[in-house]
Design a protein around this ligand. Structure first.
Ligand SMILES: [Zn+2]
Length: 598
């Protein structure tokens, strides 16, 4: 953390991703954008008011696909360039110019959905029967028909879409721009504090005094913004409730789950079972952490520490390639080819530089390979992050190759399965490699808990449990002031951790930290995806090639299947609680093994 960061311009080429795979230059991008705008004008002229028969509808959708693909490229290109350097004013400018232009195109073409949705039943049927590329898109329109409002109202919604996003914008501003963290002191020594400094470093700090002091200082600053943040969040959930009523959903849950194609039962089960059945295992894990670190007590501020902080093998980028290729070799030759391409064609932005976005993500513009953002710290955990992001890359490559653009979107319920399964395969590979090295094996097992499962089955799941309580109140027309949010979050934590973990003052403010709440019912999906991933990984380990083949076919299906069918293709039944219960057992087994290795 002491090293001063390089400027983006000083970073060597080979550590940066290569956006010229999308456009060679910004001028090329603008050129393509203007052509797409012209295309939107042509489509409007030719088809507006004319989508009256199946043939015309399908012709229009074929043209519309070209527009959608091109503006998606433009959007990716400009936002990728911003994400690697937020201090680059030129990149920001280009991004906003491009966004303004293509948003105009989108609203110009919003008539397509409206006219199709308003078309008589027999026309829609004809369009569906003769559909070449837009079948899935048409089915979705048909499915959403009972919830569609008049074309005028829908257009007003599109025009107001920025306003609907305002709570999230305000939340980000509060968190990233307004909150200024003062230094904190431990034993007369002063330590700097910041949002990501706390979440990326201090939460994992092995010195208990510093770690706990950082938590308190961080929480105190959060508390200063508690009412603002609650107002922003409250505005969002009330808007969602209003929209759910206007669009004739029975509840705000139905409204939010509709796009995911997930039943209320699947959603509730995920939260209920994990809260009840995983909790005892995780309490045991907390006890192991306490023991390993010789702590006086286990507090909420201690939960992120690793079991064995002295053991942290260093990994160079070159070495990571070996791990990735070997660890994921079970996925077969074509997958290996993609992994090599990812390194050779610079899909990955390894750099650490001023203004670069934190965390990691994988963007996959249609049929153009992927762009993976991370910050390489030479840690083994970076290899897991990379395996994870390459899982997204493999998914979108498979469905991009097999599907048209309309079919390449995927439900959030399953979207983290291809990424988390790669983490699991990597862990299995490392366990195999560990041989008699018990410490290494314990380290791998502990990483599986502290990274993969903690993140997806605990952190995000507790958020989901909290979120469900909030929406229940909102559904009943009740208010959700800051104090109420604190009370709900604290209640969830108490229920999960019981007496095992002391809830440090400030733990109740954890609801202020998560941007997911501004993305609908997203938090619970992590554990849903990882449930599928765990089951498929176990199947691959047991059955080998046939299971891998099924998994690849599943990846290629893209948005043509709903989550239940997706899981089924991979050999997993998510209509009952069996898969989840088995996954919880698997997690329990890892924790038991860690205990025996201690
Ligand atoms: Zn992911």
């Amino acid at each position: 953390m002491a090293e001063t960061l390089k400027k983006r311009s000083e970073v060597p080429e080979q550590l940066k991703w290569d956006t010229s795979r999308i456009y060679k230059t910004p001028e090329d991008m603008l050129d393509a954008l203007h052509k797409a705008t012209q295309l939107s004008l042509d489509i409007e002229k030719k088809y507006k008011g004319n989508l009256k028969d199946g043939k015309t509808i399908n012709e229009c959708l074929a043209e519309y696909e070209k527009f959608l693909i091109e503006v998606a490229y433009v959007g990716e290109y400009t936002s990728l360039n911003v994400s690697v350097d937020y201090t680059d004013a030129e990149a920001q400018k280009l991004d906003s110019i491009a966004t303004n232009e293509y948003m105009d195109g989108y609203s110009r073409l919003s008539f397509i959905e409206s006219e199709i949705s308003d078309a008589p039943e027999d026309v829609l049927k004809e369009a569906l029967e003769t559909a070449t590329i837009g079948k899935h898109y048409l089915e979705d329109i048909l499915r959403g028909k009972p919830h569609r409002l008049s074309a005028e109202t829908e257009a007003a919604f599109v025009a107001l879409s920025e306003t609907f996003r305002a709570p999230y914008r305000m939340y980000e501003q509060t968190k990233l721009a307004d909150m200024k963290f003062p230094d904190f002191e431990v034993n007369g020594k002063s330590y700097p504090l910041g949002y990501s400094l706390f979440e990326d470093d201090y939460e994992y700090e092995r010195d208990t005094q510093i770690r706990r002091a950082a938590f308190t200082a961080f929480s105190n600053k959060l508390r200063d913004y508690m009412y603002t943040t609650a107002a922003e969040y409250g505005a969002l959930v009330r808007t969602e409730k209003t929209l759910s009523k206007l669009t004739r959903y029975d509840s705000v849950f139905d409204y939010l789950l509709f796009g995911q194609k997930v039943t209320r039962e699947m959603y509730d089960r995920q939260i209920d079972l994990i809260m009840e059945k995983l909790a005892p295992h995780m309490r045991k894990y907390a006890r192991l952490l306490k023991k390993a670190h010789g702590l006086d007590k286990m507090t909420y501020a201690d939960l992120k520490i690793t079991l064995d902080p002295d053991y942290d093998p260093k990994v160079t980028i070159e070495k990571s390639k070996e791990y990735i290729l070997d660890g994921l070799s079970i996925m077969g030759e074509d997958y290996q080819k993609m992994l090599k391409e990812a390194y050779e064609q610079r899909w990955i932005d390894f750099a650490q530089n001023v203004g670069k976005s934190t965390g990691g993500f994988c963007a996959s513009p249609y049929r153009k390979g992927s762009f993976i953002l991370l910050s390489w710290n030479e840690r083994m955990s970076d290899v897991f992050t990379l395996a994870h992001e390459l899982g997204h890359a493999g998914h979108f490559r498979a469905c991009g190759e097999a599907q048209n653009y309309y079919n390449a979107d995927v439900s959030t319920y399953v979207v983290e399965a291809p990424s988390t399964i790669n983490e699991l395969l990597m862990a299995e590979y490392l366990k195999e490699k560990s041989g008699d090295d018990k410490r290494f094996r314990r380290w791998v097992l502990a990483s599986q808990i502290s990274n993969t499962y903690y993140h997806n089955f605990v952190t995000h799941l507790l958020e989901a449990a909290y979120q469900r309580e909030v929406y229940k109140l909102v559904d009943n027309g009740e208010a959700v002031p800051a104090e109420k949010l604190n009370e709900i979050f604290k209640g969830v934590l108490e229920k999960f951790w019981g007496d095992e973990v002391e809830l440090t003052e400030g733990a109740e403010l954890t609801w202020m930290r998560q941007p997911h709440y501004y993305m609908g019912l997203y938090s619970y999906c992590y554990s849903a995806s990882l449930t599928i991933a765990t089951q498929v990984m176990k199947r691959i380990r047991k059955e080998g090639a046939p299971a891998v083949e099924d998994w690849k076919k599943t990846l290629a299906a893209g948005g043509t299947v709903d989550p239940i069918a997706f899981a089924k293709m991979a050999g997993v039944d998510v209509t009952t609680d069996a898969a989840l219960l088995d996954t919880i057992d698997y997690i329990g087994g890892i924790i038991d093994e860690i205990e025996t290795l201690m």
